[in-house]
Ligand binder design. Sequence first.
Ligand code: URA
Length: 243
Amino acid sequence: MPRMRLDKLLSHLNCGSRKEVQAMIRTGRVTVDGAAETDPAAKVDPDTACVALDGQVQRYRAQRYYMLNKPAGVITASRDERHETVLDLFPAGERRGLFAVGRLDKDTEGLLIVTDDGALSHALMSPARHVSKVYEAVVEGELARDAAERFQKGLALRDGTECLPARLEILSEGAETRVRVTLREGKYHQVKRMVAAVGGTVVQLRRVQLGGLLLDPNLPAGAFRELTGEELELLRQPGVSLG
Ligand code: URA
């Protein structure tokens, strides 16, 4: 779709008359892709721009964005003959056009975005964009003393595959070790394989963050809800840095 004036788009979206939306824009209540835009004549692409008024994303097309707390035991696929899939957790009437952004293993729990927005999915999964992903894991076995440094330098997996620098934080030690792992890429079984490379075995894995978006702690496993406008904007921003 051709680019159009921001004030025209907002009035088409029933946010107010042309005059009213111009005042809203000038007073800083409108953001485009997460940044304040105070020029009513700014040109935006209604198909791809994330335009928000007072933090609420104004949808030009009625696209759907859900946060799912994936339970263990379901596979990240749209349809499967033998296994329950993440889409089976949605009512049949809502599934059409939806897909999961990225993939979690069958036994991994936690944050999964389910949407019908292919452009957002592509942007989040693009290897060039390095969107960060944060996992919490329960680990058995003894981790190498220099495990965190090796993660930070970018370690090689047992098969020789090189990983980008990542962060390993030990949350607690004892009968079981709890760790937090922050990655900027998404190789197959990456957390399990990185932990294995430093001597541990992941026995439980949960994703808690994707880019700037946190898993809602009040969302039970197996449940989903729509993303708020603010959450959608967080997803459109670059990932958190490894610090
Ligand atoms: N790393 C893994 O090992 N498994 C996942 O599901 C996600 C990241």
